[in-house]
Write a protein that binds this ligand. Structure first.
Ligand code: GDP
Length: 601
């Protein structure tokens, strides 16, 4: 088979650099990858580019054919470029190798009209953190007003065909982009002006749609890799293979299989491998190595062809027994002449780096890969949300059962990041009080959960407020005694606060409130009401006092506050009650504390 034609298996060799494409949604990542694949197929001989599992290999000859005068193949000894097919920083940050990023180099795609957007910033942060060299594809230059599209040509050639006006419009956008990069801490310039790509980020203006500038991008990627990554690309091409699981997939006829990017060494049929699993590293034997069949038929059995061995860097599907518990993002190691236990320990160690800290009580987290689980755990730690259990995989009935055991109501949730829910888990969810939140953007998932918690707290406070005695101050109006006693019925004005029925009524004698009776009815314009707010005039029935004895027209009365209620109002609900009610509370407390300084504290 020639599907792994660029593999060199004669000992020391330079492997293909692994390239990831990142950027904000809709800025053109997928279109760019399609363009690279498409033009490479057109330009090169049939089969010059090879479709791997999860990746596309563009050999040096194809790059140089596409780039024309830009590339002299004799300047290069790296074999080409391997593009990971799943764009986006999610896959980038979750695909790790050797504790760093799986990709050796990255393309940050930015729409020249849109400039920096939230996910551009996130991508930049990840690139900075992982120390990954990158170039910026300033995409969609063809949308510049007055642009005259030039299919697939290098950028200088395209610029020659543009009006001064179109070119200066483009330049304005490009300078803005250079400014944004500088604000993010990267000194950047048009790539043809960059001397030292280790100090400066090269900006490549291009259109993923028309292909102009794409040859430049490939050239810059080749040049950058050749110059700065060559050391890292020197591998023992026949050594035991090392890779990272992209995805665990069921395939008809094979069971659970692994889509793997191999970044070092060789893997062969029949070899023993160790793979990171849900519980323990999995030790198994390679049954088949599968590559997509060129011009694949759709029927599953015909989609793949088997190869004897695969050398880094390459994407490959591994079929082997016992892979059900393998995890996306986990390491894969060929054992070869070493001791299995040693390799198991190595895998365990690498997994331990990603272990998530859990607590006695907290939320259940599910994520699609180890790396994304770690990213979720970091985001939750930052938001001070504890984790009870964190696992890679779809939401299963067991997760619902675990979430149900959380003590606090707000923790009885499952946060699913980039995962599906198994149908039997959906049934479990329906019959339980566990809430599932799922999203494929981490910060949105955390926000959704935080809103849920805020909602719960609001609901809880509302029920507390329902039960709590609310402060009110009211005055008996002159000439508004409708009944002297049993009960006394008088017209009052609520001075401040919320007057509620059935509360005890007090009068301050000096600094001590003296209870005079209990409200047994409130009427507003002849209708019975439960409460009256500040400013309202109502008539009230008070059980206990007699007008003219314990109370008089013109008297100021208060709702008597039980000490415990005063305390809750002051400490927990002061932000939830109206300002005039808070003022009434403070006035009550001030007076009360003159005789008893620690009352309600
Ligand atoms: P992604 O979300 O970053 O993968 O973005 P896509 O590749 O899906 O592109 C988003 C939209 O922008 C699609 O409608 C593309 O056709 C369009 N698009 C991408 N690149 C270009 C470009 O260079 N020029 C123009 N005019 N449109 C583009």
């Amino acid at each position: 088979s020639d599907t792994n034609a660029d593999a060199n298996t004669d000992g020391d060799a330079l492997r293909t650099p692994i390239v990831a494409v990142l950027g904000h949604v809709d800025h053109g990542k997928t279109t760019l990858l399609d363009r690279i694949r498409g033009s490479a197929v057109q330009e090169g001989e049939a089969g010059a580019i090879t479709q791997h599992i999860g990746a596309t290999a563009v050999p040096l000859e194809t790059v140089s054919e596409m780039a024309g005068a830009l590339v002299d193949p004799s300047d290069f000894d790296l074999p080409g470029l391997l593009f990971i097919d799943t764009p986006g920083h999610h896959s980038f940050s979750t695909l790790r190798a050797r504790g760093g990023a799986l990709a050796d180099i990255a393309v940050l795609v930015v729409d020249v009209n849109d400039g920096f957007q939230p996910q551009t910033e996130e991508a930049i942060d990840i690139l900075r953190r992982t120390g990954t060299p990158f170039v910026v594809a300033a995409n969609k230059i063809d949308t510049t007003p007055g642009w005259n599209p030039q299919e697939d040509v290098p950028i200088q050639q395209s610029l020659e065909a543009q009006s001064d006006r179109a070119e200066s419009r483009l330049n304005e956008n490009l300078y803005e982009l250079v400014g944004d990069l500088s604000d993010a801490g990267f000194s950047a310039d048009f790539y043809w002006r960059v001397q030292d790509f280790q100090k400066n980020v090269g900006v490549v203006p291009l259109s993923a749609m028309t292909g102009e500038g794409v040859p430049d991008l490939l050239t810059v990627l080749m040049g950058l890799s050749q110059r700065y990554l060559k050391g890292e690309m020197a591998v023992d091409a026949t050594g035991p293979g090392k890779g990272t699981v992209l995805e665990v997939k069921e395939e008809r006829g094979f069971g659970a299989t692994l889509d793997v990017v191999l970044y070092d060494g060789v893997i062969r049929i029949g070899e023993t491998i160790v793979v990171g699993g849900q519980n323990e590293p999995i030790v198994t034997e390679v049954r088949a190595l599968l590559q997509p069949r060129p011009n694949a038929e759709i029927r599953a059995e015909k989609r793949f062809e088997t190869v004897e061995e695969v050398a880094a860097a390459a994407g490959v599907k591994i079929a082997a027994p016992d892979l059900d518990e393998a995890m996306a993002g986990a390491p894969v190691r060929v054992v070869r002449d070493r001791d299995v236990d040693e390799v198991v320990a190595e895998v365990r160690e690498e997994l331990a780096e990603i272990e998530v800290e859990t607590a006695e009580d907290g939320v259940v987290v599910k994520a699609d890969t180890l790396g994304s689980l770690e990213a979720m755990a970091n985001a939750l730690a930052e938001a001070e949300i504890p984790i009870l259990r964190a696992e890679v995989g779809d939401v299963a009935p067991r997760d619902v059962a675990v979430a149900e055991t959380a003590n606090e109501e707000k923790y009885r949730v499952i946060l699913g990041f980039n995962v599906d829910t198994l149908s039997n888990a959906e049934r479990e969810l329906e019959s339980s009080e566990v809430r599932l939140f799922s999203d494929d953007v981490i910060y949105q998932l955390v926000e959704e959960y935080e809103e849920h918690v805020a909602e719960l707290e609001r609901a809880q406070q509302e029920t507390v407020l329902d039960r709590i005695v609310r402060p009110a101050r009211f005055r008996i109006l002159q000439d508004h005694t409708f009944r002297q006693n049993d009960p006394a019925v008088v017209g009052v004005e609520v001075v401040s606060g919320t007057l509620q029925n059935n509360r005890n009524v007090a009068k301050f004698d000096g600094n001590e409130p003296t209870r005079v009776g209990q409200l047994s009815g409130i009427q507003h314009q002849g209708d019975d009401v439960d409460e009256a707010r500040a400013g309202e005039r109502v008539s009230v029935a008070i059980d206990g006092p007699t007008v003219g004895r314990q109370i008089e027209e013109g008297d100021e009365l208060w709702i008597e506050l039980p000490e415990k209620h005063a305390k809750i109002l002051e400490h927990e609900l002061s932000e939830d009650i109206p300002a005039d009610e808070l003022e009434t509370l403070n006035a009550y407390l001030n007076t009360r504390r003159k005789s008893d300084p620690f009352w309600g504290k």
